[in-house]
Design a protein around this ligand. Structure first.
Ligand SMILES: NC(=O)c1ccc[n+]([C@@H]2O[C@H](COP(=O)([O-])OP(=O)(O)OC[C@H]3O[C@@H](n4cnc5c(N)ncnc54)[C@H](O)[C@@H]3O)[C@@H](O)[C@H]2O)c1
Length: 323
């Protein structure tokens, strides 16, 4: 039985804790947070939990086998490196690194291949079915991809955490945080991306955030295919992305939590959901795979996505400024 300590008990930490309750080979052992209120919440939720207010104390504790890094983005890469040095198992929330340099540094860090990344939407039934269609070739060759992500993240959201909305601590806006999951579907299933054209905007939150609330990109895949990507946090209603994969023999649409080929529904994501429905259903599956089956998404499986994401930022930003 693996003893897990969750690092950061804000919005997503409790989702990890809840899902761990259904994993056979691991259990919630500890929670670490620098905010006493967060630790109090953890203790109220799980009275038996060991609380730490300092990450180094977790790493020194031999009773802790595994850490789940659920802290603000800028802490992920340094926390991963420290946990590797301490010999802990690691599951890291996205994004594992906020810059290309930080990501490359991680790629050359000893032991990095053992770190599991949280791209839980890959395990959504619709995404899994889409992967099956891509891999089987049943609809012929893939010709193009498209994704539209319209989320709502307003002033109050960005003011809910000091780290949000800033280059130094969040590393970007709608792209690196909310829509990276959808970009991941285009990259993980759509093929290797060689180049991008891209632009970024701050339409609605100019006085609130430094980073983009909207991003557009044209992905150029290695095989000559083109992908179109649009993401915004400036929409007030639905949070579900729309994805389209065009194959020689048919178009697959992933929308409204369903996967459709023409009119035929091939899969549905409407099932037990942890946290917000838009976070998908995959955290539990991810932990079951990791602890009970020894399967996980490693950093190499995310290289195409992460490098495409960094390229979109690099292409869009002119002297670090957005439009
Ligand atoms: N996979 C998903 O669908 C999904 C969904 C939501 C959030 N996330 C990711 O989870 C991470 C956390 O996001 P959130 O929305 O929960 O943020 P949050 O701000 O709500 O929570 C972060 C917590 O980390 C704590 N913290 C900060 N510095 C710390 C330190 N040095 N040591 C220990 N704890 C520390 C904070 O006090 C806070 O409680 C981010 O990487 C985010 O992108 C992923």
């Amino acid at each position: 039985m693996k003893n897990v300590c969750i690092i950061g008990y804000g919005a997503i930490g409790p989702i990890h804790a809840d899902a761990l309750g259904q994993v056979e080979s691991a259990r919630l052992y500890g929670v670490c947070d620098i905010d006493p209120e967060a630790l109090k919440r953890a203790k109220d939720d799980y009275p038996q939990v060991v609380c730490y207010d300092n990450y180094d104390d977790v790493l020194k504790d031999n009773n802790v086998h595994s850490v789940h890094i659920c802290t603000p983005h800028y802490l992920h890469a340094p926390m991963v490196k420290k946990a590797l040095e301490a010999g802990k198992e690691i599951i890291c929330e996205k994004p594992i690194a906020i810059t290309r340099e930080e990501f490359e540094d991680l790629l050359s860090t000893p032991g990095i291949e053992k770190v599991a990344l949280v791209f839980q939407n890959r395990l959504n039934p619709c995404a899994a079915k889409l992967k099956e269609i891509v891999d089987s070739g049943e609809l012929g060759e893939l010709k193009a991809t498209k994704a539209i992500v319209t989320w709502c993240r307003d002033k109050s959201y960005y003011e809910s955490g000091e780290w949000r909305g800033k280059w130094a601590t969040e590393g970007g806006g709608v792209l690196i945080n909310q829509s990276v999951h959808t970009l991941d579907i285009l990259c993980y299933l759509g093929g290797e991306v060689m180049d991008v054209d891209a632009n970024m905007y701050n339409y609605s939150l100019k006085d609130v955030i430094e980073v983009e609330d909207t991003c557009t990109a044209r992905l150029k895949y290695k095989n000559g295919n083109v992908g179109i990507f649009f993401a915004t946090n400036a929409y007030s209603y639905t949070n579900f992305p729309q994805i389209e994969f065009v194959f020689e023999k048919g178009i697959v649409r992933y929308m409204e939590q369903g996967l459709f080929v023409g009119d035929k529904k091939m899969a549905s994501d409407e099932m037990a959901v942890y946290g917000k429905a838009c976070w998908g259903v995959g955290h539990l599956g991810l932990f079951v795979n990791y602890y009970d089956k020894g399967e996980y998404f490693d950093i190499y499986s995310a290289k195409n996505t992460m490098e495409t994401m960094y390229s979109i930022y690099e292409k869009s930003l002119n002297g670090g400024k957005i439009q």
